[in-house]
Design a protein. Structure first.
Ligand SMILES: Nc1ncnc2c1ncn2[C@@H]1O[C@H](COP(=O)(O)OP(=O)(O)OP(=O)(O)O)[C@@H](O)[C@H]1O
Ligand SMILES: CC(=O)N[C@H]1[C@@H]2OC[C@@H](O2)[C@@H](O)[C@@H]1O[C@H](C)C(=O)O
Length: 387
């Protein structure tokens, strides 16, 4: 964990949000935080950006959830209100306050919170953690509740990292279409045409959730071995995937839907029972094959094959998953580190980037990323002095 000074070429500026409508042009030192669907912990990372271009990457940190905290979060998954949700919100707030207070020189915070429930075509989307409270505790402006506005306008509310992926494609100097694949609890892919001027431009981005990624495997490891994950894919590597199960999995209507589309963590509840009869290693291998085949399906939805598929998120450490994805994707598959990026912190950086966009009133989603009819600026801004 590093909490060093932010390596910014420009000094951090404190921003007056009164002129939000006037589209600020200054570069900010923003701190983003992500608590993802895998429930492993909070990632936090500094990014120096104007919300269009990445100027530099700053320090980062990770605050894992303890077992009791994780149990509290798990107990609230799929719920919209009530005591369990309130308890989860307090866990999320405390963990964020702890980690985010350790970064000096920050002008703005992007706080994703923890998704507990996601039903964009039904009850909406719920990320817990009160950004207004966090702003007061940190003494910093906080942008939060990034997804609701997009859902209110008819979008999926997810994925939201694609606008940042677009900036990264430019940062790495891509001239041909590239794609980013995030392997968290759920998987999501972003296909990018870097020749377009802006991410909201038609044809610049196509993004959607590919399917379950690590969550079903984590759940299996917990059920059968009492372990939080299949370290480096070691167990899955010893097993043989069941073709029959993978084929049944691929018959799920989600794969017939045209993108953009998004998922909740537990949208494939039958998957666990599909592998229940298999020995541990074969069950793990089968779940990994399901993830990989879902990525294969996703690649076929891209406007054309990307020149490379850059993989971020914890799943890139699962060697068995990476090997199966390389076979399914039909294009070069590499961890984002091969492009000079940090695959542990990319989502946290994304919410720093998006926070600056929100502060500037720039869109954070578009028809190609969430299916929202028009480019939309989501996110709520809370100042430390508010109520
Ligand atoms: N060494 C490893 N071997 C296998 N799996 C790993 C390893 N390290 C992390 N993971 C898996 O990666 C996941 C965590 O990754 P990450 O932090 O990117 O997900 P997240 O941000 O919580 O989820 P999402 O992106 O869906 O919101 C966990 O499911 C964990 O099991
Ligand atoms: C509703 C929600 O929290 N979705 C997450 C989840 O985790 C991965 C995938 O599903 C993606 O859609 C999204 O997160 C990333 C950060 C995103 O919005 O880009």
């Amino acid at each position: 964990m590093s909490h060093g000074l932010v390596p910014s070429r420009r000094s951090a500026q404190s921003i007056g949000f009164a002129d939000r409508e006037e589209k600020m042009t200054q570069t900010l030192t923003a701190l983003g935080a992500m608590s993802g669907t895998s429930l492993d912990g909070v990632d936090a990372a500094v990014l120096v950006t104007d919300g269009e271009t990445v100027e530099s990457f700053g320090s980062s940190g990770y605050r894992p959830y303890g077992d009791a905290e994780r149990a509290t979060l798990r107990a609230a998954l799929g719920r919209w209100d009530g005591d369990a949700v309130e308890a989860a919100a307090r866990v999320v707030e405390r963990a964020h306050a702890e980690i985010l207070s350790g970064f000096p020189g920050v002008a703005l915070v992007g706080f994703h919170g923890q998704t507990l429930a996601h039903e964009p075509r039904g009850r909406g989307t719920l990320q817990v953690g009160d950004g207004a409270w966090l702003a007061r505790v940190l003494g910093l402006p906080v942008v939060w509740d990034f997804r609701s506005e997009d859902v209110r306008h008819g979008g999926e509310g997810a994925p939201l990292a694609p606008f940042y992926h677009w900036a990264l494609a430019r940062w790495i100097g891509a001239t041909e279409p590239v794609a980013f694949l995030n392997l968290g609890g759920v998987g999501n892919v972003t296909w990018i045409d870097p020749s377009r001027e802006r991410p909201e431009e038609e044809g610049a981005l196509l993004a959607f959730d590919t399917g379950p990624a690590n969550a079903p495997l984590d759940d299996l490891m917990l059920r059968r071995r009492g372990l939080p994950r299949d370290e480096d894919g070691g167990l899955a590597g010893q097993g043989k995937p069941s073709r029959e199960v993978v084929e049944r999995f691929l018959r799920h209507p989600y794969f017939g839907r045209r993108p953009p589309k998004s998922l909740d963590r537990d949208d494939f509840p039958a998957l666990a029972s599909l592998v229940e009869h298999l020995p541990d290693a074969d069950a793990a291998a089968t779940l990994v094959a399901c993830t990989a085949e879902a990525v294969g399906q996703a690649m076929m939805r891209c406007p054309r094959p990307p020149s490379r598929l850059l993989v971020t998120g914890g799943g890139r450490r699962n060697a068995t998953m990476m090997a199966m994805i390389a076979r399914a994707a039909q294009c070069p598959v590499e961890p984002v580190e091969s492009a000079g990026l940090d695959g542990d912190m990319l989502e946290a950086q994304a919410f720093a980037f998006l926070a600056v966009r929100v502060a500037r009133g720039l869109p954070t989603s578009a028809p190609g990323t969430t299916g929202v009819p028009e480019p939309t600026c989501g996110g709520r801004l809370s100042r430390p002095t508010e109520g």
